[in-house]
Design a protein around this ligand. Sequence first.
Ligand code: ZN
Length: 160
Amino acid sequence: MTSIRIGHGYDVHRLVENRDLILGGVKIEHTLGLLGHSDADVLLHAISDSLLGALALGDIGKHFPDTDSRYKGADSLKLLIAVYGLIKEQGYRIVNLDATVLAQKPKLAPHIPAMRQNIASALECSVEQISVKATTEEKLGFTGKEEGIAAHAVCLIEKI
Ligand code: ZN
């Protein structure tokens, strides 16, 4: 395999009442939270899928099926660490990663430094290698109507 590989990930979760909102491993105060079998951390799921995609290893649904009770309420930071283990097994490390969260509410900017720190720690790299951005979709579509939150991620990995 070539020494540099690129990966892309995309994920969506529905916003509902009586669930915590956890993004990038940060619990954020909000009236709604994301629904899912795990903690539904849509940002970490998109990032995990980008890493798996870089090595054509499928997606997190394949590695951590939602039919498996072991992953009920799972901490997605632990899933990300497990995914990174698969990347390391093949002799790769992170060059950089760039992610965007699409959410109408709440304001995410104050939480981004903590998200970057969590992700950098999980991926054993520096925060300068990890970019997290947030945007709204101008009240359009499912994110704009606050029905859900989506996240995109791209990563570059290199063979050590
Ligand atoms: Zn997900």
